[in-house]
Design a binder for this molecule. Structure first.
Ligand code: FEO
Length: 170
C-alpha cells in the first residue's frame, strides 16, 4: 500500500501532468492561429505525451491500492507572442516539472518505497529527454531570429513528429 503522503504528492503530480497537456494544447491552438501547422503538430504530440504521463501515475496509484483524486486544472496562457516565447515557456515549465519529479523521488527514498522509486526513475529519465528536446528547439529558434524562411523550415521538420506511447509502460 502506498503511503498517504506519497499518494497525495502523486495526485498533485497528476494535476501537473494534466496541466502540462492543457498548456501544450493551448500552445497548439496558438501555433495553429499563426498558420504554423508543424509547430502545432509538435504541440499536439507533446500534449498527448503529457496525458500519457498523467495516466501512468493514475494507473500506478490504482495498482498500489490507492485513491486517485483529480483536482481543478488551472487555465493556461493563451497568447504566446512568438514561437521562441512559446518554447521558452515550455522549457521553464519542463524545468519546473523536473523539480517536482525530484521532490517525489525524495519522498519515495525517505520512505524506502522501492516500487515508487522504480516508477519515478522512469520519469527522472523522461525529464532529461523532455528538457533536451525543448532546449534544442529554443536554441534553433534563437539562432534563426526573425528569418521567416528558416522558421518555416523548422515548422516543416516539426510537422513530422508523431507521439507513439510505449507498448508496455514501465
Ligand atoms: Fe510530463 Fe513534460 O513532463
Amino acid at each position: 500500500m502506498i503511503s498517504q503522503k506519497l499518494q497525495d504528492a502523486i495526485n498533485a503530480q497528476i494535476n501537473r501532468e494534466l496541466y502540462s497537456e492543457y498548456l501544450y494544447i493551448s500552445m497548439q491552438a496558438w501555433f495553429a492561429s499563426q498558420n504554423l501547422d508543424g509547430f502545432a503538430n509538435w504541440m499536439d504530440a507533446q500534449g498527448k505525451e503529457e496525458r500519457f504521463h498523467a495516466m501512468k501515475f493514475f494507473n500506478y496509484i490504482i495498482e498500489r491500492g490507492g485513491k486517485v483524486e483529480l483536482k481543478a486544472i488551472a487555465q493556461p496562457t493563451v497568447d504566446f507572442q512568438t514561437p521562441l516565447n512559446a518554447f521558452q515557456a515550455s522549457l521553464e515549465h519542463e524545468q519546473f516539472v523536473t523539480r517536482s519529479i525530484n521532490d517525489l523521488m525524495d519522498i519515495a527514498i525517505e520512505e524506502k518505497d522501492h516500487a515508487s522509486k522504480g516508477v519515478l526513475q522512469w520519469f527522472v529519465d523522461e525529464q532529461v529527454e523532455e528538457e533536451a528536446s525543448v532546449d534544442k528547439i529554443v536554441n534553433r529558434l534563437k539562432m534563426v531570429g526573425d528569418n521567416a524562411h528558416a522558421v518555416f523550415m523548422i515548422d516543416a521538420e516539426l510537422a513530422q513528429r508523431v507521439f507513439t506511447p510505449p507498448v508496455a509502460p514501465a
